[in-house]
Design a protein around this ligand. Structure first.
Ligand SMILES: [Zn+2]
Length: 144
């Protein structure tokens, strides 16, 4: 699966798309959804989970299993393999990615505290393998 190049540092007029952390329906996400569907798994997209501390919107949700899946972009979520910071004298991107990672952890904790299982996959991971891991997690939630 191809990994997109990191965006250029924001000009003073950074576009809305650049500022948003999560673009809906990315290619890796669609590929993963296809693989899940093929395995007979049925899920919700765009489902909002209201927690005491916050509202979260995972990329894929198995509502009855209380299983939330996030497909994390390598750049935005600071993948150790692919997150190459653009030249960054202002520190803008380091701070931004750092905040994103901190938020990811807070979201994981909040979901866990509310009885949800969280599965995070990187966009660079194979959709087949990610789908298999998710299928296993769904089965565990079914049996356990
Ligand atoms: Zn990556």
């Amino acid at each position: 699966m191809g990994v997109p190049l990191p965006p250029a540092p924001p000009p003073s007029s950074a576009s809305k798309a650049m500022r948003s952390n999560r673009s809906a329906d990315t290619k890796p996400e669609l590929a993963l959804r296809r693989q899940l569907f093929r395995r007979g798994l049925r899920y919700r997209v765009g489902y909002r989970i209201s927690l005491p501390q916050r509202v979260v919107r995972p990329d894929i949700v198995f509502t009855r299993r209380k299983l939330a899946v996030f497909v994390d972009g390598c750049f935005w979520h600071g993948c150790a393999l692919h997150c190459r910071m653009p030249s960054d004298p202002s520190g803008y991107w380091h701070q931004k990615i750092g905040r994103n990672k901190a938020r990811d952890m807070a979201v994981n904790e909040a979901l866990g505290a509310a009885g949800w299982t969280v599965v995070r996959v990187w966009e660079h991971e194979s959709a087949e393998l990610s789908a298999e891991a998710i299928a296993v997690a769904v089965r565990q939630r079914t049996n356990g």
